[in-house]
Design a protein around this ligand. Structure first.
Ligand SMILES: NC(=O)c1ccc[n+]([C@@H]2O[C@H](COP(=O)([O-])OP(=O)(O)OC[C@H]3O[C@@H](n4cnc5c(N)ncnc54)[C@H](OP(=O)(O)O)[C@@H]3O)[C@@H](O)[C@H]2O)c1
Length: 253
């Protein structure tokens, strides 16, 4: 049984609390939250603390706070030589204070408090300073997910940047698509099956193989007509840069 203390009460902390609560291999000892009420529906009230000095002994401390607060929080922990990890894709291992044994417990998924997720499918990217600590992280990760990887800080940076492209930028393109539909009074819902199929194709084809459309076909007449039709300079700029990128496919510029 791995005894875990979570620090934070945001999106990731809340999903981790729910996931660990279902596991028989882990026990949540305590959760630190600046506002105790935030977590009152998720865990017994006497397990919530808002005072670092009250933290009890645990096998693993998971800091799931905003990236810019990780370093400060790790410095405030009133103990040493225990395993302390963060959950960030962007922060390096070294943002954690060296008085404890550092690690990373990064769930590569997009989490929102009010959207349930099947945690067993979330890839867990782990990093530790030694084999013993890695095994502790691995046991904790395997208790909630079927997909666990050893990923070092440099590899995690690559994954995080890639995730920005495949998740944040793609989602922003959905938003632009929605704006264009609204501007021309067409229901955005009509595009949902296309969005679904585009994502599903990646399960069987690599992205370059899956690409279709006017840019891939070098159909300059359609491209010019689209650029003419778009109403804002921002939409035109994004259209042009993505068209160029698709047409330069495979070439490193
Ligand atoms: N959301 C995702 O999709 C996702 C996915 C993978 C990894 N991550 C990583 O997971 C971590 C948490 O992200 P999140 O989305 O859960 O963030 P979030 O929902 O914005 O929550 C941030 C948490 O940090 C706490 N916090 C901020 N500053 C603090 C400080 N100075 N001292 C103590 N607590 C502080 C907040 O407390 P208050 O509520 O009191 O302000 C809140 O509990 C980040 O490192 C993020 O990069 C996020």
């Amino acid at each position: 049984m791995i005894r875990i203390t979570l620090i934070g009460s945001g999106n990731v902390a809340q999903h981790l609390i729910k996931a660990f609560a279902k596991s028989e291999l882990t026990e949540i000892v305590q959760v630190y939250s600046r506002k105790k009420e935030t977590l009152s529906s998720l865990i017994e009230f006497d397990k919530i603390t808002s005072d670092f000095e009250d933290l009890k002994e645990a096998d693993l401390y998971i800091i799931a706070v905003s990236d810019k607060a990780i370093s400060d929080v790790s410095k405030q922990l009133p103990f040493q030589n225990r395993i302390v990890v963060h959950t960030s894709g962007a922060a390096s291992l070294d943002v954690l204070d060296s008085k404890n044994r550092k690690g990373v417990f990064y769930p590569l998924q997009t989490f929102s408090k009010n959207k349930d997720i099947d945690f067993s499918t979330v890839p867990m990217c782990l990093e530790a300073e030694n084999t013993f600590d890695f095994r502790v992280l691995e046991t904790a990760a395997k208790s909630i997910s079927n997909v666990v990887y050893a990923i070092n800080s440099d590899q995690r940076k690559a994954l995080h940047v890639s995730a920005v492209f495949v998740n944040n930028f793609t989602n922003h393109l959905y938003q632009i698509g929605q704006e264009i539909c609204e501007e021309h009074q067409v229901p955005f819902e009509i595009l949902r099956p296309l969005i679904q199929e585009t994502a599903e194709k990646i399960n069987t084809l690599n992205p370059a193989e899956a690409q279709t459309g006017p840019a891939k076909r070098c159909d300059s007449l359609t491209i010019e007509a689209h650029l003419d039709y778009l109403s804002t300079q921002n939409q035109k700029n994004i259209y042009k840069i993505l068209t160029q990128s698709i047409q330069n496919n495979g070439k490193k510029l």
